[in-house]
Design a protein around this ligand. Sequence first.
Ligand code: BTN
Length: 224
Amino acid sequence: MSLGSPRVHFRCTDSTNLHARELAAGGAPHGTLVTASEQSAGRGRQGRTWAAPAGRALLSSLVLRDPPRLLPLAAGVAVAELAGPQARVKWPNDVLVERRKVAGILVEGRPQERWAVLGIGLNVALRDEDFPPELRDTAGTLALAPEAVEATLTRLLELLAHWIRAEPEAVLDAVRNRDALLHHRVRWAGGAGHAAGIDGDGRLLVATDAGQVALEAGEVHLIR
Ligand code: BTN
């Protein structure tokens, strides 16, 4: 079934993910899409917020039934493909262009009810001055016109339809080909080491002084 229908669009809402979660819990079909021009309480990973100026970012949340195991990685690959050949995926799914994060992905769901909400915030038309000073070195934009947001959504839905159905090996190959962390020094709450690739379960491998560890989820920081 196609992604993006039915669709609810808000000029402003608190969070498209919150809205999509309510729709999913209420039985909304696979592919239901919630978009907004602006969010007042955008949700990021690790309990953070996600902010973007009105009309300049793609703010979308999709309801997915029976999501694939590697959904977070598949979504990262789809967004990276949209962002261009130079785009990289910083495990698990931050999308970077020239080492700056242009998109964030937040997957929330109820595995026991076999649904997930895939939330994507993509900085389509932000200008440098739209970023707060503390993000100017790390946040990026596709630098397109605000009018490009809707066409960007159409392309993103096509790419997601492909990557969500793709074989796990194809997703893993694609993410490995765009791995922003490979061989870089990284740290996380539990330690530090050198990123050593992504295993067959989509976990980040890190070589540490105590041997190799496989990280399942969470936040990894690139040590520049
Ligand atoms: C991250 O922290 O990197 C993930 C950010 C995800 C933001 C998007 S914007 C659309 C959707 N609605 C939300 O409230 N969050 C996601």
